[in-house]
Design a protein around this ligand. Structure first.
Ligand code: ATR
Length: 275
């Protein structure tokens, strides 16, 4: 067991995760003695790994696909926002062995938009969201908290969008995936939370002809950084914010809790993670 505080990211697969680069950069930048590593953990190893990590000097961990939901059953204390989202991405291991679980994805989403589009006002109009997976859930919780008046949701599998509506109430309106382009006309904010446009995935094909140039548009896909969706929105005159910042900002609360320093997300941070 080492004496320096350790944290890491738990997932399967894990080699693609940018979190080790991000946290190692911050540790180095602030001169903090600490370590952050990628931890390949299968579903059946999850509980024993979580119980054992504190013995190895771990003070916390990030959690990524596919463990964000299942990790909740091993937590002793769960924040309200993680409960609402139904998933956790940030764990703190207490000295008495208890596990504290939080979800910072919604925080990361909001912080990224506020940084990338400083004039953006979530209350100024409806938000249109493509997709109804785990990321959409975290984003809806954050947007509702920020006072968005209406959330218009389109998902290929309509039932998943309807399930979000029943969880989050009348502020959510569901439209059919084949009519998704029609939700754009009124939207003040437009978000792609699907994997469409990601390297190796299918193209994003919904027409943006109805999109107002006043809308702020963001994508959670960050590989490539400028997705065809963001490029099309930019061509219409919209302010666009790429998805890398969401990943960087969601790491902030965990790093601060584990290592006692609130890290900055700036151009140097982006460059370090992209290098
Ligand atoms: P995450 O947790 O990152 O949101 P997810 O839960 O797997 O990941 O959700 C992926 C989202 O991308 C879903 O909204 C999914 O739509 P379905 O619910 O219909 O599966 C959407 N998605 C993935 N591939 C898609 C495609 N080819 N066309 C339209 N939507 C797609």
């Amino acid at each position: 067991m080492t004496n320096i505080p350790r944290a890491g990211v738990i997932g399967n697969p894990i080699s693609q995760s940018l979190s080790p680069k991000l946290h190692s950069y911050w540790l180095n930048r602030y001169g903090i003695k600490g370590e952050y590593t990628a931890l390949h953990v299968t579903e059946d190893q999850l509980e024993t790994t979580l119980r054992d990590l504190p013995n190895q000097g771990f003070i916390g961990a990030n959690v990524t696909i596919p463990h964000k939901v299942s990790v909740m059953q091993f937590a002793d204390k769960i924040t309200d926002r993680a409960t609402l989202i139904g998933a956790a991405n940030t764990l703190i291991f207490k000295e008495d062995g208890r596990i504290f679980a939080d979800n910072t994805d919604g925080y990361g989403f909001m912080a990224n938009l506020r940084q990338g589009a400083p004039d953006w006002d979530p209350k100024a109009g409806p938000t249109a969201i493509f997709g109804a997976g785990g990321a959409a859930r975290a984003i809806i919780v954050a947007l509702a908290d920020a006072g968005v008046p209406e959330i218009i949701l389109a998902n290929r599998t309509r039932a998943k969008a309807e399930a979000l509506r029943s969880d989050f109430g009348a502020r959510v309106r569901v439209v059919d995936w084949v009519q998704a382009d029609q939700m754009l006309g009124d939207a003040n904010t437009v978000i792609n939370t699907t994997s469409l446009g990601m390297v190796g995935a299918q193209d994003f094909k919904v027409s943006l002809d109805e999109l107002s140039p006043k809308a702020v548009v963001t994508d959670i896909v960050y590989n490539p950084l400028r997705t065809p969706f963001l490029i099309a929105a930019q061509e219409r005159g919209c302010t666009t914010v790429d998805g890398l910042g969401m990943l960087l900002h969601q790491g902030v609360p965990g790093f601060e809790r584990w290592f006692g320093q609130r890290p900055e997300v700036d151009d140097d941070t982006r460059a370090a993670v992209l290098s």
